[in-house]
Design a protein around this ligand. Structure first.
Ligand code: HEC
Length: 109
């Protein structure tokens, strides 16, 4: 009886953990696609991890203090010639979250 309970708990922890890392991995793959194709961030930004060489906007590998919240903010509202992907409904909220997760986790790598 005890062993069964232990196994069930282990299985649950295993499933829970693999689920979270799968989600993160899927976000990185989808985020790269949005960055390079759907939103074409690549056309304006350098990001080594994505192999992009656009030079209209700042090099995202060297932006100081870049994080998930700051990317979400600028992608939603835009700035200068950078489009407001959220306000102008160019991307969905999910796409903005995914591409921001991708950029925050690949900048400088
Ligand atoms: C048409 C060109 C263009 C496109 C497309 C574009 N950007 Fe930008 N981006 C810019 C410019 C220009 C700035 C600088 C704005 C300013 O400071 O006036 C900028 C700024 C940024 C910043 C802030 C950098 C800092 O210095 O804090 C981030 C992060 C960013 N862009 C990410 C993205 C992402 C992610 C996408 C795709 C969803 C994207 N950009 C698409 C031109 C672009």
């Amino acid at each position: 009886m005890k062993i069964t309970k232990f196994l069930l708990i282990s299985l649950f922890i295993f499933l829970f953990n693999s689920q979270t890392s799968f989600t993160d991995e899927a976000k990185m793959i989808k985020g790269l696609e949005i960055f390079n194709e759907t939103a074409a961030c690549a056309g304006c930004h350098i990001l080594k991890a994505a192999g992009s060489e656009g030079n209209i906007g700042p090099n995202l590998d060297t932006v100081e203090g870049l994080n998930y919240a700051s990317v979400m903010d600028i992608v939603t509202h835009g700035l200068g010639v950078m489009p407001a992907f959220g306000e102008d409904e160019i991307l969905t909220k999910d796409q903005i979250e995914i591409v921001s997760f991708y950029v925050a986790n690949s900048a400088g790598k």
